[in-house]
Design a protein around this ligand. Structure first.
Ligand code: FAD
Length: 315
């Protein structure tokens, strides 16, 4: 069975959930091999985690020559690994960085590229939502090694024992790949909530909050969810732009999306309509968001959300 390379998404060796989702998807295409960019002394601990989701091998790529630079060295290392292993596909979590890595890798390998897939079925047929969510497209790479970036929450991680054999991979990074150096990085202030694009549950608020996000945040916290916002809420200065969901904000695809006081404009839908289950709270029964939802509550969010929060806390 051919290998499928899965690039591990991690922060200081802490493996993030999208990696397990990708390993689950990779098993539909071949035998997953995880690729860890990081310090070699973290390799064994990472291998122990990804092995439980079916990783037969774990390639440890020492990131000493890679982490201080923007994406080019990573693409070069992956090219060398792909040339050595001839994988059936290369899967990466859909982050801004990985999408650029994937683009460069596709050019280097002369391969087709699909970004932002929300599903990858047997045979490598992907599903994507395109043109601000107006079309759902099924696509397949027909040239070279399929390079596919997959959005978080595209699959439920399923455990499966893999050998997790650690193999050091020594990539040769050219000077040409080291032309853009990272000078400083500033860690984002933690909200204590999950990252918006990775969260399994997102609770969002719009203009209907009237600027009072407390009920939205309270409900989000009761569910362990991330908080999102419509552009109207962001433009009003109620929430920072980092919270905006939509065409000009972030794209989310959680298991559950709860839209509160949001009308459901096409530009907002573009960022959330691939969510698995959608719930809306809106006082207008004619609000367009109700065309999209699995469950809808017609009511004032300032009454509905505190009551719902109480119910969740009682559980
Ligand atoms: P509104 O459309 O004003 O809706 C508010 C809703 O709240 C109404 O349905 C109302 O019935 C309901 N409501 C009011 N009070 C309550 C209450 N007490 N309880 C319950 N419900 C209540 N928008 C985005 O969100 N994200 C984007 O990325 C984005 N990008 C854009 C890009 C472009 C180029 C353009 C032109 C627009 C973009 N927009 C985007 C804006 C988008 O068109 C809408 O204007 C915006 O989404 C509206 O936000 P809203 O639903 O919060 O506000």
């Amino acid at each position: 069975m051919s290998e499928v390379l899965v690039v591990i998404d991690h922060a200081e060796g802490e493996v993030k959930k999208p990696t397990y989702e990708l390993l689950t998807i990779a098993r539909r295409l071949g035998e997953p091999s995880a690729v860890f960019f990081g310090p070699p002394d973290q390799g064994d601990a990472v291998a122990e985690k990804v092995r439980k989701y079916g990783a037969a091998k774990v390639y440890v790529v020492d990131d000493a020559q890679i982490k201080g630079f923007l994406v080019a060295p990573k693409a070069e290392a992956l090219q060398q690994l792909a040339e050595k292993t001839s994988p059936a596909a290369v899967l990466l979590p859909s982050t801004f960085e990985n999408k650029e890595v994937a683009g460069r890798l596709a050019i280097k390998l002369g391969s087709g590229l699909i970004t932002d897939a929300v599903d990858v079925a047997d045979g490598g047929v992907t599903t994507q939502s395109v043109f601000a969510g107006n079309y759902t497209v099924q696509a397949k790479v027909t040239t070279g090694t399929p390079i596919i970036t997959v959005k978080p929450n595209s699959a439920a991680p399923e455990e499966s024992e893999g050998a997790g054999a650690v193999e050091a991979f020594a990539a040769t990074i050219s000077d040409a790949a080291k032309t853009a150096q990272i000078v400083a990085t500033q860690p984002r202030q933690s909200t204590g909530r999950p990252e918006l694009t990775e969260a399994a549950i997102v609770v969002s608020g719009g203009r209907g909050t009237g600027g009072d996000f407390a009920p939205v945040e309270g409900f989000a916290d009761s569910l362990g969810a991330a908080v999102g916002a419509s552009r109207a809420a962001v433009d009003s200065g109620w929430m920072p732009h980092a919270f905006q969901v939509g065409q000009t904000g972030k794209t989310v695809s959680p298991q559950l999306y709860v839209a509160n006081g949001i009308s459901g404009a096409i530009q907002h839908r573009a960022g959330m309509q691939t969510s698995k289950t959608i719930v809306a709270v809106n006082k207008d029964p004619e609000a367009p968001i109700f065309e999209l939802v699995d469950f809808g509550v017609v009511g004032d969010l300032h009454a509905v959300l505190p009551a719902a929060t109480e119910k969740v806390k009682e559980r």
